[in-house]
Design a protein around this ligand. Structure first.
Ligand code: AHR
Length: 313
């Protein structure tokens, strides 16, 4: 009888220990770039919020208003609040070492979400979960080169200065067109990854250079701004001026179906679940490759219509 009782007590203990382990709720800080970038970033924020709700995570969210100093202050406040882990979408690539060292000293793992950083010490973060921005740039450049028969006067709308995807997308695109002397970037300026700036910059480009016949925008929001500017200048986007960009938002697909945009390379913003799973793994001692790369597809007007109904962002 005694032995039976001991067995049931032990069983009950195991049950409660197991229950306790699985019921651990994590408090995670998310320092988003923030500001008014647009559809892609909204989709990423929504994905993080939804995953936090699904996984029972207590989320501390800070909108950095596209300023690095705000994101650094957010990380410092997460440390003070003793969060279990941090997701950081770094607005620019450099200048993170000191604050990441503070996180490391506090034993709080940091996962970089959607953008990478430049550092000589990659032990300061768990890993980056991002798309391959150089490849994205190369893919749209290849598509555009074929479409234009190797000859185009291209206006480039760059992303936020110093941001990882802006640097890498410029690099990948330039590498491909370097082999085609007829493919010229005649204008290049930042549109800060948002539609309003993209429109304003494109208006100035169109006034200054009447030979532009292609636009490469580092994201869809700026492409949307460019499309409006082209229309207001009395030209047909998608026909008179070929438009390519990166992200793959529903808006870009709608524009391709309408004929005002020509091609897009995806960049997956639905990173909430994988971000939290990785961070929780790291909190519990798991290690990861430094780059957890996301795979993207390339779409054009031939494939946009059938893909549009199932687009998730
Ligand atoms: O880091 C991902 C990029 O940043 C997305 O392409 C863009 O829309 C965002 O601003």
């Amino acid at each position: 009888m005694k032995r039976k009782l001991a067995f049931f007590v032990a069983l009950a203990l195991c049950f409660f220990v197991a229950l306790g382990a699985s019921a651990k709720t994590y408090t995670i800080g998310f320092a988003q770039t923030g500001g008014n970038e647009g559809a892609w970033r909204d989709a990423e924020t929504a994905s993080v919020n939804a995953a936090a709700a699904d996984m029972g995570i207590t989320l501390k969210f800070v909108d950095g208003q596209e300023k690095q100093e705000n994101q650094i202050a957010a990380l410092r406040s997460f440390i003070a609040q003793k969060v279990d882990g941090i997701l950081l979408a770094p607005v620019v690539a450099t200048g993170w070492d000191d604050i990441l060292q503070e996180c490391k000293d506090a034993k709080i793992p940091v996962v970089l979400l959607d953008r990478g950083i430049e550092t000589s010490d990659d032990s300061l973060y768990v890993c980056k979960i991002t798309s391959d921005f150089v490849t994205e740039g190369r893919r749209v450049a290849t598509w555009l080169t074929v479409k234009m028969g190797g000859k185009a006067n291209i206006a480039e709308l760059q992303g936020t200065p110093g941001a990882d995807p802006a640097i890498m997308r410029q690099k990948g695109f330039a590498e491909v067109i370097a082999d085609f002397p007829g493919m010229k970037i005649v204008k290049s300026q930042t549109g800060n990854f948002n539609a309003a700036d993209g429109k304003q910059v494109m208006e100035a480009f169109l006034k200054a250079d009447k030979t532009i016949n292609a636009v490469y925008a580092h994201n869809d929001d700026m492409a949307q701004g460019a499309i409006q500017a082209i229309q207001e200048a009395g030209k047909k986007p998608g026909k008179d001026i070929i438009v390519v960009s990166i992200d793959g938002t529903k808006q870009a697909f709608t524009s391709m179906v309408a004929g005002t945009q020509n091609a897009v390379c995806e960049c997956n913003p639905l990173l909430g679940k994988i971000g939290f799973e990785t961070l929780i793994g790291a909190i519990n001692g798991k290690t990861y490759p430094k780059w957890v790369v996301q795979l993207d597809g390339l779409y054009d007007q031939n494939t946009a219509k059938s893909a549009l109904p199932t687009r998730k962002y």
